[in-house]
Write a protein that binds this ligand. Structure first.
Ligand SMILES: Cc1cc2nc3c(=O)[nH]c(=O)nc-3n(C[C@H](O)[C@H](O)[C@H](O)COP(=O)(O)OP(=O)(O)OC[C@H]3O[C@@H](n4cnc5c(N)ncnc54)[C@H](O)[C@@H]3O)c2cc1C
Ligand code: FES
Length: 295
C-alpha cells in the first residue's frame, strides 16, 4: 500500500492496518425480530476517549475464530467512549453476534470509510430518506443533526420498511415527535406492504410531496437498497433538489474495509472506486459516472 493511501485511509497513529480494539458489550436490545442494537464501550479507556467517527462510517466487528463483518455505526458521533451498532441476523457471523450478552467482548477495527461530509450540510435544510436497514447509518446523521441543531435548517426524516414490525428505531422516532416538531423537525414513517393505522402506506418516494422543507436549499442523504436510488434520484431532481447535494451510501460486499482485498471494487477504467475507502458515501455524480454502482 502506498504512502498516499496510508495517509488518506489509515487513522493517524495507527501503524498496523488490522489494529483491533477490544470492546465490551454493555447492553443489547431487540429492535425487530431480525435486528438487535448493541451498546459497546472500549476496554482501554484511553483509546475510547480518543476514538472519533463521522456519521456514515463503519467498523469491522470481529469474533475470534468466527469471522469479521462491516457494520455502520448508528449512534451519535458526539458521544465519547461509547458507540452503538444495529445488527441484522443475516448469516454466520451476525448470528453469533446476536448470541452476545452484556459483558462479552468483541474486536473492533476502524472507523473506516469516508462518512457523510457533514460540514457541507451546515446552513442547509436536511432531508434523510431511509429504507429498511438504511435507517442504521442515517440514525447517526439524524442524531448528529439534532445534537448540532443550530447548524442546520429544517430537517425531515423519512423512515420506511416493508412491514410495521420491521421499521427500525420506529418507537424512538415516535417518542421524539413532540420535541422534533417544536424544533422544525418532521418525522415521516411509512410501510410498503401492509395497511397500518399508525403509519403511512407506500414507498418513501411516494411521500416526498409531504416533505415540508424547501428543495432549493437542501441536502439529501439516502440509505437503502440500491434499486431504490434510481427512482429517488429522478423524483428528487424533478422536484428541484440540487443533484450535487444528493448523497447515498452503498454497502457493497466488503472484506478488509481498507482498500486492500479488492472485494468491493466498482466501475471501470474511466471511474474506478473502492466502496470501502472512496465510499460507502457517494454523491449523485459518482453514481452516474461509475458503471455498475446501482446494480
Ligand atoms: C459498509 C457496510 C455497512 C454495513 N452496515 C450494516 C449495519 O449497520 N447493520 C447490519 O446488520 N448489516 C450491515 N452491513 C451488512 C453486514 O456486513 C452483513 O450482513 C454481514 O457481513 C453478513 O455476514 P454474515 O457472516 O452474518 O453473513 P454471511 O453468512 O456471510 O451471508 C449471509 C447473507 O448476508 C449477505 N451478505 C454477506 N455479506 C454482506 C455484505 N457485506 N453486505 C450486504 N449483505 C451481505 C449474503 O449475501 C447472504 O445472503 C453492512 C455492510 C457494509 C458493507
Ligand atoms: S473491502 Fe477490501 S478493498 Fe474494499
Amino acid at each position: 500500500m502506498t504512502e498516499e493511501l496510508h495517509r488518506r485511509y489509515i487513522p493517524d497513529g495507527q501503524d498496523n492496518l488490522y489494529d483491533t480494539h477490544k470492546c465490551r458489550v454493555l447492553r443489547v436490545y431487540k429492535q425487530t425480530e431480525m435486528d438487535k442494537v448493541f451498546l459497546f464501550r472500549f476496554i482501554d479507556q484511553e483509546v475510547g476517549k480518543n476514538w472519533k467517527f463521522k456519521p456514515g462510517q463503519f467498523v469491522e466487528v470481529s469474533l475470534p475464530g468466527i469471522g469479521e463483518v462491516p457494520i455502520s455505526i448508528c449512534s451519535s458521533a458526539m458521544r465519547i467512549g461509547f458507540f452503538q451498532l444495529c445488527i441484522r441476523k443475516a448469516g454466520r457471523v451476525t448470528t453469533k453476534i446476536h448470541e452476545l450478552k452484556p459483558g462479552d467482548i468483541v474486536g473492533i477495527r476502524g472507523p473506516y470509510g469516508n462518512g457523510f461530509p457533514m460540514e457541507k450540510f451546515f446552513g442547509r435544510n436536511l432531508l434523510l430518506v431511509a429504507a429498511g436497514l438504511g435507517m442504521a447509518p442515517l440514525r447517526s446523521v439524524f442524531l448528529y443533526a439534532i445534537d448540532n441543531r443550530w447548524r442546520f435548517g429544517d430537517i425531515t426524516i423519512i423512515n420506511s420498511a416493508k412491514y410495521e414490525n420491521e421499521l427500525l428505531f420506529a418507537r424512538e422516532l415516535e417518542a421524539m415527535r413532540d420535541i422534533a416538531e417544536a424544533e422544525n423537525i418532521q418525522i415521516i414513517q411509512t410501510v410498503t406492504r401492509e395497511d397500518s393505522p399508525n403509519r403511512l402506506k407506500g414507498r418513501a418516494s411516494e411521500h416526498l410531496d409531504k416533505v415540508m422543507i424547501d428543495p432549493k436549499n437542501s441536502t439529501v442523504a439516502l440509505c437503502g437498497p440500491p434499486r431504490m436510488y434510481k427512482s429517488m434520484f429522478e423524483k428528487l431532481v424533478e422536484m428541484n433538489y440540487d443533484p450535487r447535494r444528493i448523497f447515498v451510501t452503498l454497502e457493497r460486499r466488503m472484506k478488509c474495509g481498507i482498500g486492500k482485498c479488492g472485494h468491493c471494487n466498482l466501475g471501470n477504467s474511466t471511474s474506478w472506486k473502492y466502496a470501502c475507502i472512496d465510499g460507502p458515501v457517494f454523491d449523485y455524480y459518482d453514481i452516474i459516472s461509475t458503471p455498475g454502482m446501482l446494480e
